[in-house]
Design a protein around this ligand. Structure first.
Ligand SMILES: NC(=O)c1ccc[n+]([C@@H]2O[C@H](COP(=O)([O-])OP(=O)(O)OC[C@H]3O[C@@H](n4cnc5c(N)ncnc54)[C@H](OP(=O)(O)O)[C@@H]3O)[C@@H](O)[C@H]2O)c1
Length: 262
């Protein structure tokens, strides 16, 4: 399946690197498409040419560009996958009335094939008469995104909440790592050593959490001796309001109306 990327920004680049193949791509003139083609091979094309040449167009522009881009390519695109935030299947169907559409939500670790890609199941509110995806096409698209990490199917009403836990996590973990690295440096560690220690500890902890069936309490108890150093550290995090901070951050990301149709 030949993929064509509309947009060559952060998410397009992460996915293209994850797929690791020459790309057909466009941009709006920044030169990022040229840079991506320089790295992976392929061709810089107009939006229209991308749609004509690709079997699957992946929309990687900003959400507010849905309509102007669709007006250029809707009659040429054979199938469309979107990674646009805050863009429902119904909005995609309305922009591409005669084309099968797939709403996907990846995060940047797709670049190293450790991403989460949330696939919004076609909701009952799908526009009547819009062509349902041929099962074979859907299977191929899911396999394609599956090469970038784990694909998780969810009802579309849960997409915002799920994205608030996955799409933003690289930024949250970068912030947490930075805070820990700074603290380590204050206590005499070199920044690169501290960075490596924190990143490896994060990666290992995430893998262990999966191994423990995502039981956070069990994992926390294993390293928290009564009256010990971890207990003292955790108490400081609680005093600083770490739980409330994460709750508020997630509330700020999830759009208010998402709660209605989970
Ligand atoms: N970044 C993430 O972690 C993340 C996660 C999940 C989903 N997303 C979604 O991915 C999409 C892209 O995000 P991003 O972070 O990659 O943004 P970005 O870095 O700003 O990239 C947007 C790209 O779209 C191109 N573009 C803009 N208008 C265009 C047009 N009319 N025709 C063709 N290309 C056009 C831009 O061109 P120029 O290079 O010329 O400016 C740029 O290459 C967004 O819809 C976002 O919601 C992002």
């Amino acid at each position: 399946m030949r993929i064509g990327l509309i947009g060559a920004g952060n998410m397009a680049r992460a996915m293209a690197r994850g797929w690791g193949e020459p790309v057909l791509c466009s941009d709006s003139g920044s030169g990022r498409a040229r840079a991506l083609v320089g790295e992976l091979g392929g061709e810089v094309l107009s939006n229209r040419e991308v749609a004509e040449r690709a079997d699957l167009v992946v929309l990687c522009h900003k959400p507010y560009q849905l309509e102007p881009v669709a007006s250029e390519i809707r009659d040429a695109a054979k199938a469309v996958a979107s990674v646009l935030g805050a863009t429902t299947t119904a909005m995609l169907q309305s922009a591409y009335p005669d084309t099968p559409v797939f709403a996907m939500m990846p995060n940047t670790p797709v670049e190293i094939r450790r991403g989460i890609v949330i696939y919004a199941e076609r909701p009952p509110s799908a526009i009547a008469g819009h062509p349902p995806a041929d099962p074979e096409l859907e299977r191929t698209v899911l396999e394609l995104f599956g090469r970038l990490g784990e694909v998780i199917r969810l009802p579309e009403g849960q997409l915002d909440a799920a994205t608030a836990l996955t799409g933003v996590t690289p930024a949250y973990y970068a912030l947490l790592a930075e805070a820990q690295v700074d603290a380590g440096v204050r206590h005499g560690l070199k920044p690169d050593v501290a960075g490596r220690l924190v990143a490896e500890a994060m990666g290992g902890s995430a893998a262990l959490l999966a191994e423990r069936g995502y039981d956070t309490l069990a994992m926390r108890r294993e390293v928290t001796s009564p009256g010990g150093s971890t207990a003292r550290g955790l108490a400081e995090l609680e005093r600083a309001g770490v739980r409330t901070a994460f709750q508020s951050a997630i509330d700020a990301v999830v759009r208010p109306q998402a709660g209605a149709a989970r």
